[in-house]
Design a protein around this ligand. Structure first.
Ligand SMILES: NC(=O)C1=CN([C@@H]2O[C@H](COP(=O)(O)OP(=O)(O)OC[C@H]3O[C@@H](n4cnc5c(N)ncnc54)[C@H](OP(=O)(O)O)[C@@H]3O)[C@@H](O)[C@H]2O)C=CC1
Ligand SMILES: O=C(O)C1=N[C@H](C(=O)O)C[C@H](O)C1
Length: 265
């Protein structure tokens, strides 16, 4: 028996992640791309999404058809618009957008009472595994200094990356503290000595780096380095589509990528 394809919208469809998602969707009959959203004023607004097919990029949600799920990789403003549409129509929302402010985070938190949401700063299996390893290592050597280094392409809008912050949060929790209490985001001039127990962040931006994260646990006379290097955005797109399929029909609330992509123990 064949089931009907999932009717899905992409918010941020013309972007780097949007295009990675489109490449996967084009070849996968399990999905029907029903709406492809770009920014108001986008040079792509009104262009055909795929040559010879009817769907065109749109800058708003007002003409979106009935949808099973929305996948968002846009930016804070695009995500807010996607969230409005999902709330108005009771549609599950998967989002990978990073760099959100406190007001949007609070709106997303509250939305969990009405729709199913799955948000993740990184949809790759490797980073899910890295997070688990870092949690274990940070707790095993609580006195060792922890520094998180990330590198991304020069067009990235936010820093540190959402993944770096999520790694920091996981390590902080494993050490019974919080990122708010432990994080050091910049060092310049006469900084004084490193504060014991702090978690330092360093950011590299350049060229077309897809996304690299390294956690350094520095002890006396030795150092543990845990890292992940993404070389192809398909890994994020694949994880997000898997999450979208999984989220359809779930109860309202906040679901975790770990529930979907459990790395092998
Ligand atoms: N969680 C994860 O695994 C990953 C998360 N990300 C995150 O995803 C987000 C997008 O990244 P990336 O694809 O590189 O970004 P891009 O800048 O390449 O793409 C952004 C997309 O969003 C659209 N957009 C911008 N503003 C709006 C708006 N107000 N309304 C609707 N659409 C809008 C743009 O349209 P146009 O340009 O046509 O105007 C474009 O299609 C970032 O926050 C990034 O950090 C990225 C990779 C993986
Ligand atoms: O903007 C990007 O490109 C990426 N952003 C995400 C983040 O902020 O962690 C995930 C990935 O590293 C790529």
């Amino acid at each position: 028996m064949t089931s009907s394809p999932i009717r899905l919208a992409i918010s941020g469809a013309s972007g780097r992640m949007g295009q990675a998602l489109l490449s996967l969707l084009h070849a996968d009959g399990r999905y029907e791309l029903a709406h492809a959203v770009v920014s108001p004023g986008s040079v792509h607004d009104g262009e055909p999404v795929w040559l010879g097919q009817g769907l065109r990029y749109a800058h708003d949600w007002s003409r979106a058809p009935v949808l099973d799920v929305v996948v968002d990789f846009s930016g804070p403003v695009g995500l807010a618009a996607a969230l409005d549409h999902c709330l108005a129509h009771g549609i599950p929302l998967v989002s990978g957008t990073t760099g959100l402010d406190a007001a949007l985070l609070a709106r997303l938190d509250a939305a969990g009472a009405r729709i199913a949401l799955l948000r993740a700063a990184n949809f790759s299996l490797g980073v899910a595994l890295l997070t688990r390893l870092l949690r274990e290592a940070a707790a095993a050597v609580p006195e060792w200094d922890l520094e998180i280094v990330e590198a991304h392409h020069g067009r990235k809008q936010d820093a540190p990356s959402g993944t770096a912050l999520a790694l920091g949060q996981a390590a902080a929790a494993a050490r019974s503290t919080t990122l708010e209490a432990a994080a050091v985001y910049s060092r310049e001039g006469r900084t004084g000595e490193r504060v014991p127990g702090s978690i330092g962040f360093a950011v590299v931006r350049g060229g077309d780096i897809v996304g690299e994260h390294q956690a350094l646990l520095v002890g006396p006379g030795e150092r543990l380095e845990l890292g992940h290097r993404a070389t192809d955005r398909t890994i994020f797109a694949r994880g997000a589509l898997q999450a979208a399929r999984w989220l359809i029909g779930r109860a309202s609330g906040h679901w975790r990528l770990e529930d979907v992509l459990a790395p092998p123990v």
